[in-house]
Design a protein around this ligand. Structure first.
Ligand SMILES: [Zn+2]
Length: 415
């Protein structure tokens, strides 16, 4: 077999010829050219008249064997595209603007899906920044362009990165369980941009939107998608009650210290987990702590019961019944003489409709937050992303339903 034919098989891309081979300091170089005679625009892909001929050869890094790199070399032409103007021609072995071949980019994206930054950089011999750029290109190429069509039930959440100095708003499709949209920021304008991209027709199809109680998101949904039902995430609502229990507990510890009862203060201080955990997760020791609170500390025990009975409202299956239960809960919390619960009751009363919508839809942001946890892990593993763009690329790569086919041996090769 001639080396040029071998190279063509090895690179694994159709539509190009290998015209030679030589050794350079950077690896084995194959001078190549596209097999199509007429050049194509790298922006739109259409066949166009040539504009001029570059004499400067460009190199594209390809996968290697062991430590040996393979490199493709070609002097691209420029084309006069009637739509895009003067552009560099498209080459079949690489994405526009990239100095890496498609198989190398596929392999990098595949590894970025499954392993950490250090390993991807090391195995591919490229910097993390470059990995980020490759991920962006692969995602732009492979992301389902129809992902925003026919959305019915979506979830909106925010993800913080760079030590909580920056935010990304994510939109997931509850039905396909994929991330369908993301942008930097967490304001009403950020979410407005999503609805603008969706357009009126597709927005009108939306039935429900799960969110936490972010005032910015509520504002945007009410302005841009007024027909969609807002569903407040039950776990965020329940967290309000948990936070209220904790505030009551801390107040109590403070008061006891002032009353000079350090022993009792210490006992209550240690009861935090017993008070905040679900009852079925409590250890025997924590049950004892709870029993002691029931016996000696009526207000704190009342706070505990308020938290638990709010959770029970969400377990109702009839919206009517849940509505009645919630009204009873609100009345109880309002006259509980526990400041944090009076405040929580006000918040819940203001958001009652969206809270009860959960009973019917049973949708939560659990899916969104699952993604966020995954991404937080990715961001941590990668010692922090500097740009929102890079993180959004990883987000679509790992949770956007992007299918990567890395150039790996097939299943016939299982020796
Ligand atoms: Zn064009």
């Amino acid at each position: 077999m001639r080396i040029t034919k071998f190279a063509r098989v090895f690179v694994g891309i159709a539509s190009f010829f290998v015209t030679g081979v030589y050794l350079s300091d950077s690896g084995i170089v194959f001078p190549v050219k596209p097999s199509w005679r007429l050049p194509r625009c790298s922006e739109c892909g259409r066949i166009c008249p040539g504009y001029d001929h570059s004499h400067e050869p460009v190199r594209w890094v390809h996968l290697g064997i062991g430590a040996m790199r393979f490199i493709l070399e070609y002097a691209p032409r420029r084309v006069q595209c009637p739509d895009c103007g003067v552009r560099v021609e498209l080459v079949p072995w690489a994405r526009p603007g990239s100095r890496f071949t498609r198989p190398l980019e596929e392999m990098t994206a595949y590894l970025a899906q499954i392993t950490n930054k250090t390993e991807v950089s090391r195995m591919m011999g490229i910097s993390w920044r470059t990995v980020g750029n490759i991920v962006k290109r692969v995602v732009a190429d492979k992301l389902d362009p129809k992902r925003l069509d026919e959305l019915r039930n979506i979830g909106v959440d925010e993800l913080s990165f760079r030590k909580r100095h920056k935010y990304i708003t994510t939109v997931v499709d509850h039905d396909t369980k994929r991330i369908v949209w993301a942008a930097e920021g967490k304001s009403a304008e950020t979410l407005d941009a999503f609805f603008d991209e969706l357009g009126e027709e597709r927005t009108a199809l939306l039935e429900s939107i799960t969110i936490d109680m972010s005032a910015a998101f509520i504002k945007s949904i009410k302005a841009k998608a007024p027909k969609a039902q807002i569903v407040f995430d039950r776990f965020h609502v329940q967290k309000l009650a948990s936070d209220a229990v904790d505030k009551v507990r801390r107040e109590m510890v403070r008061n006891l210290k002032e009353l000079d009862d350090p022993e009792e203060a210490a006992a209550i201080k240690k009861s935090r987990y017993a008070l905040l955990k679900n009852p079925w997760d409590l250890s025997a020791k924590e049950w004892d702590k709870l029993a002691a609170i029931q016996k000696h500390n009526a207000p704190l025990y009342r706070a505990y019961l308020l938290k638990e009975s709010l959770a029970a409202v969400f377990d109702e299956t009839s919206q009517d019944q849940a509505g009645k239960e919630l009204d009873r809960w609100l009345a109880w919390a309002s006259r509980s003489k526990l400041g944090p619960f009076v405040t929580t009751a006000q918040t819940i009363r203001e958001h009652k409709d969206g809270i009860l919508a959960y009973i019917k839809t049973r949708l939560t942001n659990g899916l969104v937050e699952g993604f966020n946890n995954k991404l937080r892990m990715i961001a941590r593993r990668a010692f922090g992303f500097h740009s929102a763009d890079a993180l959004i690329g990883m987000l679509f790569l790992c949770c956007g339903g992007v299918m990567i086919e890395p150039p790996l041996p097939g299943p016939w090769c299982n020796w």
